[in-house]
Design a protein. Structure first.
Length: 436
């Protein structure tokens, strides 16, 4: 069985398919299309039509770029049969029990297996725990295609490193980790990825190593943020401003400048559970990683409780009070609301009898309604005045808000809950300012 070589892709004799055109897949498809012939496949027909018109609802790729780069967008899986390299970039979430939900990657494998031809290389970029590619995905590919692994098709794994909303560390400026089932495939993938990645590539010795590298990247960040959150909990009991402490400690050259906050999104708040799931399957119970997860998952509840306490101190009635939450995306300046932990603040406030309302200038209204059953406000002043305001996300637009704005939309003396510490205490001295 002959497999394609790099020259055949460069000459555009052979095509590359990207399966899943979300926050990861679309930027990758557009980047690869600068040098190769690319087919972008997604099961969402509405998404495909939008992309054909040059519109990306995620905001990751600008309209001008979409229109200038030629990608063949389709929701017809039979088009995958035209491609000798198929890259899978579907999401890998967790379920309500914090257990990895591999359904998207399994379904994608089934689709690829049904339509791929002999001599195809399949690469996975979805975040998984070590062994998923070879022990779960490969058998599905074999079963659906009736082809033999290593003889009729080969696989690789190259973990995505897309940072949504980051216009500085774009996909081509981040070192790309590449791994494969054999040396020949590794060289092919290294050449293809290496030709478009300005930051270069790193060749992992095997697929499991690359899978492990991905999950620990975000596990490390999760644990560092968990430490900051735990410190914030301790300092609040001591009556010390956490931001002041971090500013002072940060003057030392080797102090890592993490900060407390809500930890959500499709990576940091999810990936550690993939690693701990596999560890427990092997008979090892992770202590540190799960402790960090518990702390970070608690922070939404803590913010809501602190809001209620501040309202009580100011003599405000809690039942049927109105609280405005500014921000709903999982981090600043993006449209992505997947696994946002702002929902924890919202739900906890409701449990106290508070009426919470949310405004976010970036979040897609329909997605929030569909995913969380919440109607976003069209303006922060729509239902003013409010008993308290929580700034949950550090959007640039929120950084510009003044004390006068909060006075205008508040009942009596404003209560501002500054989760990300974006406001100066001296400037806000005439209102109640609480910082995490």
């Amino acid at each position: 069985m002959s497999f394609p070589n790099f020259e055949e892709f460069v000459s555009q004799k052979e095509k590359i398919a990207v399966v899943g055109l979300g926050y990861v897949g679309l930027p990758l498809a557009v980047l690869l299309a600068e040098k190769f012939k690319v087919i972008g496949f997604d099961i969402n027909g509405e998404r495909i039509e939008e992309l054909k018109k040059g519109f990306d609802r995620t905001g990751e790729v600008e309209s001008e770029k979409l229109k200038s780069i030629k990608v063949e967008y389709t929701d017809s899986p039979d088009k995958l049969s035209e491609c000798r390299l198929i890259i899978v970039t579907v999401p890998t979430p967790i379920d309500e029990h914090k257990i990895p939900n591999l359904t998207p990657v399994k379904k994608a494998s089934e689709t690829v297996g049904k339509f791929m031809k002999p001599g195809t290389v399949v690469v996975y970029e979805s975040t998984v725990y070590p062994s998923v590619t070879e022990e779960i995905c490969v058998p599905i590919l074999e079963n659906e295609s009736k082809l033999k692994y290593m003889k009729d098709f080969k696989v690789g794994y190259s973990p995505e490193r897309v940072n949504p909303g980051d216009k500085r560390h774009t996909i081509d400026k981040i070192v790309k980790v590449v791994s494969a089932c054999d040396k020949e495939t590794l060289e092919l993938l290294s050449s293809i990825y290496g030709s478009v990645m300005k930051a270069g590539i790193h060749k992992a010795p095997n697929i499991r190593t690359a899978e492990a590298a991905k999950v620990i990247e975000n596990t490390q960040r999760d644990l560092n943020i968990a430490l900051m959150n735990e410190l914030a909990l301790i300092f609040h009991k001591m009556g010390i401003d956490t931001r002041d402490v971090l500013e002072a400690a940060g003057t030392k050259w080797n102090f890592l400048k993490f900060e407390p906050g809500l930890v959500g999104g499709h990576c940091i708040g999810v990936d550690p559970y993939y690693l701990t799931f596999k560890a427990q399957e092997l008979g090892y119970h992770p202590e540190v990683i799960l402790a960090g997860r518990r702390i970070n998952d608690y922070m939404g509840k803590f913010v809501a409780e602190s809001t209620v306490k501040q309202m009580i101190k100011e003599g405000k009635q809690i039942l049927d009070s109105k609280v405005l939450i500014l921000g709903f995306t999982f981090k600043e300046n993006i449209r992505d609301v997947r696994n946002t932990r702002v929902i924890d603040i919202y739900n906890e406030l409701k449990s106290y009898g508070v009426k919470p309302y949310i405004y976010d200038p970036y979040a897609i209204f329909e997605e929030v309604k569909k995913e969380y059953g919440i109607e976003l406000l069209n303006s922060p002043e729509e239902l003013a005045p409010y008993d308290a305001v929580i700034i949950a996300v550090k959007h640039d637009k929120f950084k510009k808000l003044t004390p006068e704005f909060f006075k205008r939309i508040s009942i009596s003396k404003p209560i501002v809950i500054d989760v990300k510490g974006i406001y100066d205490r001296e400037q806000f001295k005439d209102i109640v300012l609480w910082r995490l």
